[in-house]
Write a protein that binds this ligand. Structure first.
Ligand code: ADP
Ligand code: MG
Length: 416
């Protein structure tokens, strides 16, 4: 299939060619035509499979040509993190340049001064890519109105629909016109999120692209058994042994990100932490340096797990295991993108064995736990009957009703 058979305008086809894309990926093949026809869509395809273009192209074609009036925001893309807002904004901006009309694009997120964003919004804007909190701030300041935004995209939709964003999302939805097109995309949609999505979507088309196996084909997954206290040493050993030029290391807390990065730096590596308590300037700098290979190791919390497209990132390490199987999918999906190979390694200690088995079960994988010379496991196994489900990780998500499920159930009861 080629892009030219999907119903895209000649200007967008020129934009695609200028960006160097030859043929559409499977999710783009299946999502673009129905989205262009105005259908609501729930698009699910593995990490790195090109979901951004699958919504960016229909979004740009959705824009009405200018008629001299101030029309206000026509399309809104909501994303969970600031860095993802920048990345998605960049993709849309690069394509928009090829349209005959001038498209005003605003990328709005917190952690930076609000004034330049207010200034930028003066005179109106056509497309907004935003994190919900800052968007609502700006609406409260009358800096923009969403009353004419007839297209809503949720990227990382399952994250946008979960408890963390529930209040903000409800508020944003209340500002949008009732009649609008909705495009929801993610690599993972749990059953609870699907049900919620169904209440927001109108007769949606479901597009689900299965990876050749259940796992993304381009990511080799490994697990290594190691004593918890020796993980930093093991990480250093692996980096030295394999000569990995860049590694994204996931940990459970901001504190751990600082500590591990610090230890690596003291051992002579270029390493920086990346988490939500850093200033936005620092976050942007770390990511820019990492993308430009000026930085060898980034030690991050799950704020880096969603959507970030870091070209040719060879390795992701789960230093701490992710809390949920979905998080596992998103974390390892930072590598092995757009067809390039990737490696994902999980460190498993005695205390996290049971949690890892649960992740494996949900992921439908079974990894042989490797032992590395010089890193013999010395801690005794915890008997299965007393093994905590997920020590230090707060339990596995998705198994039992989540806090949000409970809140919803309570709301339903109260509404009766
Ligand atoms: P996802 O959102 O599914 O995780 P992205 O949209 O971030 O994936 O795309 C992943 C990578 O694939 C990006 O670097 C992007 O430039 C590239 N890509 C997207 N579409 C195509 C295509 N049709 N051909 C080649 N590369 C593509
Ligand atoms: Mg994405």
């Amino acid at each position: 299939m080629t892009f030219s058979t999907l119903g895209l305008s000649p200007a967008l086809l020129a934009g695609i060619a200028a960006l160097g894309y030859c043929s559409p990926t499977p999710i783009q093949c299946q999502a673009i035509s129905p989205a262009l026809q105005g259908r609501d869509l729930l698009g699910s395809a593995h990490t790195g499979s090109g979901k951004t273009l699958a919504f960016a192209l229909p979004l740009l074609q959705h824009l009405q040509p200018p008629d001299g009036r101030l029309r206000g925001v026509q399309a809104l893309v909501l994303v969970p993190t600031r860095e993802l807002a920048m990345q998605v904004g960049e993709v849309i901006g690069r394509l928009a340049r090829h349209l005959p009309q001038q498209v005003k694009l605003s990328v709005l997120f917190g952690g930076v001064s609000v004034n330049p964003q207010m200034m930028q919004l003066r005179g109106g804007t056509d497309v907004v890519v935003a994190t919900p909190g800052r968007l609502l701030d700006l609406v409260a300041h009358n800096a923009l109105s969403l009353g004419n935004a007839t297209l809503l995209v949720l990227d990382e939709a399952d994250r946008m629909l979960d408890l963390g964003f529930a209040d903000e999302l409800d508020q944003v939805l209340g500002l949008l016109p009732k009649r609008r097109q909705n495009l929801f995309f993610s690599a993972t949609f749990g059953p609870a999120v699907q049900a919620l999505a169904d209440t927001l979507l109108c007769n949606p088309m479901r597009v689900e692209i299965q990876a050749p196996t259940r796992q993304p084909a381009d990511i080799v997954q490994r697990a290594i058994a190691v004593d918890a206290g020796r993980r930093t040493q093991l990480l250093r050993h692996l980096i030295a042994l394999h000569g990995w030029p860049r590694v994204l290391v996931f940990v459970a807390t901001k504190y751990a990100a600082e500590i591990v990065a610090d230890k690596l730096r003291k051992a002579g590596l270029t390493a920086e932490p990346f988490h939500g308590a850093l200033s936005q300037g620092k976050r942007t700098q770390v990511l820019t340096d990492f993308k430009a290979s000026r930085l060898g190791v980034v030690v991050a919390t799950d704020v880096a797990a969603r959507g970030l497209d870091i070209a040719e990132l060879p390795v992701v390490v789960n230093f701490d295991l992710p809390r949920s199987p979905q998080d596992y999918t998103h974390r390892i999906g930072r590598t092995g993108r757009a067809g390039s190979p990737g490696l994902a390694i999980s460190f498993v200690s005695v205390a996290t064995q049971a949690h890892f088995r649960l992740i494996e079960k949900r992921q439908q994988i079974k990894l042989t736990q490797e032992r590395i010379d010089g890193f013999a496991v010395t801690q005794a196994a915890i008997p299965a009957s007393t093994a905590p489900e997920a020590p230090g990780n707060g339990g596995i998500k998705g198994q039992r009703p989540s806090k949000k499920d409970k809140l919803r159930a309570a709301a339903r009861l109260a509404a009766r």
